[in-house]
Design a protein around this ligand. Structure first.
Ligand code: ATP
Ligand code: MG
Length: 421
């Protein structure tokens, strides 16, 4: 028997209502903030991610699904959205529109990781990017949007952690200080971090090994090295958050996994998640557009993992949306009624109702059992007599009450609507 690939999940009908709710909520919240949807290809040229995500990241070093296509091109399934959106922003000259350009996406992503709870090889992200604004009001706006989204879904117990990781002006001095600090602990660092020490010491702050994590706790802090501009922007971000009543913690060890971040970085975590506690991560990437061949353009964005969001919702016992149930089930006896039901169900659907009939040649008793299983709100049994007189009993399946009705879609609709009131 063929099974799904390791690290992937089928989203079954019982969960579709929840996925739809999450997606429509994301869309609705984005509209309020002026973010427009963008869709980019599932695969891109590999070099986009090498450059856009960064050669020293775990994503590029270990996690990408890369292969040669039949034309010999190196192709990669997108591991994230930001590089693709930046490519699209440049390629489609979106910078020619009034700035900033505010875009959101709902996508599947692919990373070759060790699958565990909240960590899959195919997963889904809701994310957004704002290109063309250097103002920390934009940083505060996207953080507000993310929290607004979680709030609409009644997610509780989230913590917002913010930090600034500086800019090309102040980062090098900090990196030097980090290098010195970690060199004095080099024997205790994990092998990956030993190699990070030369190439990108900041990444050690992000290491998941417990020993490195402990050492990182006493490392020098970027916020003590920020240049005046970065410092001012960080202070103004905090004020913008204060003014709309958003609580945050400054966590000086957040650096984010990806290379292109500058200044603001943030994470939203939930204690309902266990080890994979980060549900949303984002930050500023003022160097990325230029890195990918565009004019220097500031940018900021976030991405949040939908599977992790669902884990939180399930763990905190939120009332989740249910599958819709039929408004009405039409049961039939005999050939004449069978044809009649086909038309009646069609007419009811044209009026916008969820109408069902038997499609498996069941006995009338089995049809009613099936209607019960579907949790239909109303049912009607139609036989030869009912077709001849155009009248039948409609039964409210919840309380058992019955009414005689003409068996036209309009008459049935009136009963359903009246009872709805
Ligand atoms: P982590 O540190 O947990 O590996 P990350 O820094 O690699 O996360 P990002 O690249 O910032 O994650 O992606 C944003 C969000 O996407 C994460 O906060 C998480 O909710 C989700 N995410 C990332 N990788 C996975 C995965 N393999 N499976 C499920 N969700 C994921
Ligand atoms: Mg990761």
């Amino acid at each position: 028997m063929i099974k799904k690939p390791r690290g992937t999940e089928d989203i079954l009908p019982k969960d579709s209502a929840l996925w739809n709710l999450i997606e429509t909520t994301a869309k609705r919240v984005c509209e309020k903030y002026g973010y427009k949807e963008i869709r980019t290809p599932v695969f891109e040229e590999t070099s986009l991610f090498n450059r856009g995500v960064g050669e020293t990241t775990d994503v590029v070093q270990k996690e990408m699904y890369t292969f040669n296509d039949k034309g010999g091109r190196s192709i990669t399934l997108r591991p994230e959205g930001t590089a693709s959106l930046t490519r699209s922003y440049i390629e489609n000259s979106l910078y020619a529109n009034p700035q900033p350009t505010k875009l959101y996406y709902l996508i599947s992503c692919y990373r070759y990781e060790k699958p565990q709870s909240g960590r899959l090889r195919e997963f889904h992200q809701f994310g957004l990017e704002c290109f063309g604004s250097e103002n920390s009001a934009a940083d505060a706006e996207i953080i507000t949007l993310a929290l607004d989204f979680f709030n609409e879904l009644k997610v509780q117990g989230l913590v917002l952690n913010i930090n600034s990781i500086g800019c090309p002006e102040c980062k090098p001095k900090y990196n030097q200080a980090l290098k010195e600090y970690f060199t004095s602990h080099i024997n205790d660092l994990c092998d990956t971090c030993k190699s990070r020490l030369e190439k990108n010491p900041m990444r050690i702050l992000d290491c998941k090994s417990t020993v490195c994590h402990e050492i990182a706790k006493s490392a020098p802090r970027m916020i003590d090295y920020l240049c005046d501009d970065c410092s001012r922007e960080f202070e103004s971000l905090k004020k913008y958050l204060d003014t709309v009543g958003i609580e945050y913690k400054v966590d000086t060890n957040i650096v984010r996994g990806l290379d292109y971040y500058t200044r603001t970085v943030f994470e939203i975590t939930s204690d309902a998640l266990g080890a994979q506690s980060t549900v949303c991560g984002g930050g500023r990437y003022n160097g990325l557009v230029e890195e990918l061949g565009g004019k220097p353009t500031p940018g900021i964005g976030f991405a949040l993992g939908i599977e992790r969001l669902i884990l939180i919702l399930k763990n905190q016992g939120t009332d989740l949306p249910q599958e819709t149930v039929p408004d009405i089930f039409i049961a039939t006896i005999g050939d004449k009624a069978d044809m009649f039901a086909q038309k009646l169900v069609h007419d009811l659907r044209n009026l916008g109702y969820h109408a069902e009939r038997d499609l498996c040649s069941r006995s009338v008793k089995a049809q009613m059992k099936y209607a019960n299983k579907l949790d239909a709100r109303y049912s009607i049994v139609i036989g030869d007599d009912e077709v001849d007189t155009n009248k039948a009993c409609i039964k409210n399946m919840n309380d058992g009450s019955q009414y005689e009705t003409e068996i036209t879609s309009e008459a049935i609709s009136k009963i359903i609507e009246k009872e709805n009131i």
